[in-house]
Design a protein around this ligand. Structure first.
Ligand code: PLP
Length: 370
């Protein structure tokens, strides 16, 4: 019996009636773009995150690009982010013509190391994109403190962290803007692409709305160059159903993670594996359960042989990506991020994973690394 990294079919079957009804409702209305589902979903996400505004867009990458642009960031500006994340966190910075600047990660949380952040700030720095990697928020208080001191914009890349919390604040709600992705495998995933920007800033929200629609306030009157980036009604209707379950699902993920933690604790105590680190005052939503081991290849082979899906997040840190070669970074610039890329492995961790599957996976790990 094989175990996938994520079981979207099981999730669909559990809520099939509601999803089917929502989809059929959209087909029946035959309103597909910029309709009532998107508008209501925006209101529901804003309420969920505790922000004044939510602006739906086509995907999580566009959410970052449009948020950066709405913050007035462009050519000549520098934006600091983590090298240990999905490419889009930095690609978006380059897309608006600005320069990504990387900062080393914290070896425990794998989020940006705030102690090393200030040294990266120059006269050109205009913003910071903290990435809440794998579902645990970056250390926002010091980041916001530095942003205030140097007058920088903060855009939270919360693509992996919807529902996560930092001292009671929801992911996305603490910076000038927060961005989400509704890519199917995210904790709140659509059946296609989708994204969202949340903010408390009226002007930023208004500018994001103009940018997502061809720089247009009045149809066919274009005030600036914008984008074509929208969340369609089918996705919005599906996501509205799934939003009702997100807390339950996030709790389910955290519960599976806690069981792994317990079962693998003896290995961790022997230093044979590093388990995900959880900050006490933070709520982690475990987009991925990522462990680290020096014997990753051996572990991958054993898991794969048993039909247990596993995946490397991420094989190459962003400062060493070919696309960023002209930024001039070299091997050794961020040793901790580079080491994480050689050791990190995600194993199945989703609400529908059964206890017996979870124990089977843990058993393989204990045997291989023990
Ligand atoms: C998924 C993801 C994105 C991009 O979202 P898309 O919807 O795929 O464009 C950005 N940042 C992070 C950290 C992500 O995981």
């Amino acid at each position: 019996m094989s175990i996938p990294l994520l079981d979207l079919k099981a999730q669909y079957l559990a809520i099939k009636e509601e999803i089917d009804q929502a989809v059929l409702g959209v087909l029946d209305s035959s309103k597909f773009i910029f309709g009532p589902e998107m508008k209501t979903f925006e209101e529901e996400i804003a309420a969920y995150c505790g922000t004044k505004h939510a602006v739906a867009v086509g995907n999580g990458t566009d959410a970052l690009v449009i948020a950066l642009k709405a913050c007035g960031i462009g050519p000549g500006d520098e934006v600091i982010t983590s090298p240990f994340t999905f490419f889009a966190s930095a690609e978006s910075i380059a897309q608006v013509g600005a320069t990504p600047v990387f900062v080393e990660i914290d070896p425990q949380t794998l989020n940006m190391d705030v102690a090393k952040l200030e040294a990266k700030i120059t006269a050109k720095t205009k913003g910071i994109i903290p990435v809440h990697i794998f579902g645990q928020m970056a250390d926002m208080d010091p980041i916001l403190g530095l942003a205030q001191k140097y007058n920088l914009k903060v855009i939270e890349d919360a693509a992996q962290a919807i529902g996560a919390e930092y001292k009671g604040h929801k992911a996305g709600s603490m910076g000038d803007a927060g961005t989400f992705s509704f890519f199917p495998t995210k904790n709140l995933g659509g059946y296609g692409d989708g994204g969202m920007i949340v903010t408390n800033d009226d002007a930023l929200a208004e500018e994001a709305r103009v940018l997502r629609f061809h720089g247009c306030k009045t149809k066919y009157y274009h005030d600036e160059i914008g984008y074509n980036s929208r969340l369609d009604e089918l996705q919005a209707a599906i996501l509205r159903v799934k939003l009702r379950y997100i807390d339950e699902w996030n709790q389910g993920r955290a519960h599976k993670a806690a069981v792994y933690d317990q079962l693998l604790a003896p290995l961790a105590a022997e230093g044979k594996v590093i388990l995900p680190y959880q900050e006490a005052e933070l709520k982690h939503v475990f987009h991925l359960y990522v462990l680290r081991t020096a014997e990753r290849e051996k572990l991958m082979a054993a898991l794969t042989a048993k039909g247990i899906a596993n995946a490397i997040y991420y094989p190459v840190p962003l400062h060493l990506q070919k696309a960023f070669a002209d930024l001039g970074y070299q091997v050794g610039d961020f040793p901790l991020a580079e080491e994480a890329c050689t050791q990190a492995l995600a194993i199945p961790c989703y609400p529908e994973l059964t206890d017996s599957q979870l124990h089977e996976i843990a058993q393989v790990i204990l045997e291989v690394l023990g």
